[in-house]
Ligand binder design. Structure first.
Ligand SMILES: O=C(O)CCC(=O)C(=O)O
Length: 317
């Protein structure tokens, strides 16, 4: 299955014209935008330089609990995959990255319209982490937040190198064309879902998104993805920032019971449209931030969920 797929990875080098002039569709070539719509993902090499991310890497190494806010998302084997989530964007590095011009310009070029911030998270595989991220589509749960259209995407940024051995993210390219799949629920749900994912993997192939520090992958909210175990003694540290189209803000009357996403503890106000205050692309290189992550309000996960849907669990520190 693996490796059947030959993705033409579009790369723009650091300090390319896209970053110097990150406005609208000029951020990407037409070929890159076409590739995203075909594959449901687009990898941009060196969207951030290692120097820009160095203070964040250092802060994470000093405090991998992120001020005590890391929790586990339980996988299908009952293991906790470390996450730490935020929706409000402040003036520390993690609050600034999602607002930087290059992030917004590329997101809007791919969505084809203005965007706002949905949420961001650290997603980490420590060397001791025995968890995987089970295959899923993000829209599987976001749909139940009351959004009408899958006009949403996520940017995954490698803060530390991500490779096959330490559990880089895996994608089924083109799977966004399947539309939203029913996620595990009810008696036959998990079996049918697993069979459908397996069919998709066989037919469309799997891409391991190996990334160096500063590389980024933009992916559609219906693109199937997940990740395996970290078999190394390195840390796989990534930030995922998700965006919704401004025109696609949730409607209360179509809101469902988002059991799959409830564990993150994000409320309706935090999902509603809030204008994004865009920042210049030099805020990291100019060190205009107050701290790496000490000035962000992280969400408090929902600890008390029961049933066979995603759960937040405490991690051993
Ligand atoms: O960190 C990973 O491996 C995947 C994270 C993910 O799938 C998600 O946050 O939706």
């Amino acid at each position: 299955m693996d490796g059947q797929y030959k993705l033409l990875i579009m790369a723009i080098p650091a300090q390319s014209s896209a970053m110097q002039d990150p406005s609208g569709s000029r951020a990407l070539s037409a070929q890159q935008i076409d590739a995203y719509h075909r594959d449901g993902l687009l990898i941009i090499r060196q969207l951030f330089s290692a120097d820009e991310l160095a203070p964040l890497r250092e802060a994470y190494r000093q405090d991998p609990t992120i001020n005590g806010h890391v929790y586990g998302m339980e996988d299908s084997d009952g293991q906790g995959h470390p996450f730490c989530t935020w929706t409000d964007l402040g003036d520390d590095i993690v609050g600034m990255i999602p607002r930087m011009a290059r992030m917004i310009a590329i997101t809007e070029a791919l969505l084809g319209e203005p965007c706002y911030h949905w949420h961001s998270k650290f997603s980490v595989k420590t060397s001791s982490c025995k968890a995987r991220v089970d295959w899923h589509q993000d829209f599987g749960s976001w749909y139940d937040d009351g959004v009408l259209l899958p006009h949403m995407l996520t940017v995954g940024i490698a803060i530390e190198p991500a490779n096959k051995a330490n559990g880089c993210v895996q994608f089924v390219p083109g799977s966004q064309q399947m539309g939203r799949i029913d996620h595990p629920a009810g008696a036959n749900g998990p079996k049918a879902f697993a069979a459908r994912v397996e069919r998709a993997r066989q037919q469309l192939g799997v891409l391991h998104a190996e990334m160096d520090v500063g590389d980024a992958v933009f992916f559609h909210c219906n693109t199937l993805h997940g990740s395996g175990l970290n078999e190394t003694d390195t840390q796989r540290v990534m930030i995922f920032s998700s965006y919704n189209a401004v025109s696609n803000a949730p409607f209360a009357d179509i809101r469902g019971d988002n059991k799959e996403g409830a564990y993150m503890g994000i409320n309706d106000q935090q999902r509603a449209f809030r204008p994004i205050v865009e920042l210049a692309d030099d805020v990291l290189s100019n060190r205009s931030f107050r701290s790496a992550f000490s000035h962000s309000a992280f969400t408090e996960p929902n600890w008390n969920l029961s049933g066979d849907y995603c759960r937040a669990i405490k991690l051993k520190q």
